[in-house]
Ligand binder design. Structure first.
Ligand SMILES: [Zn+2]
Length: 63
């Protein structure tokens, strides 16, 4: 088995671990129904995006 020749320094260990973190999921709330949705995504509950209904193509967002 390959064995490291030198102990990894605190600096090198930190450099490696700098990429280990998880970024928290950002939650946005739908303007129409107020439920939690993914940012920059169509609301899957009421099919609206930025006030517009994406299913009917209604520009005013009036259902
Ligand atoms: Zn919605």
């Amino acid at each position: 088995m390959a064995v490291p020749k030198k102990k990894t320094s605190k600096s090198k260990r930190g450099m490696r671990r700098s990429h280990d973190f998880d970024t928290p999921v950002t939650v946005a709330f739908c303007d129409n129904c107020g439920r939690a949705i993914m940012q920059h995504n169509i609301c899957k509950f009421c099919n609206t995006y930025n006030g517009r209904n994406t299913k009917t193509g209604n520009q005013a967002g009036l259902v």
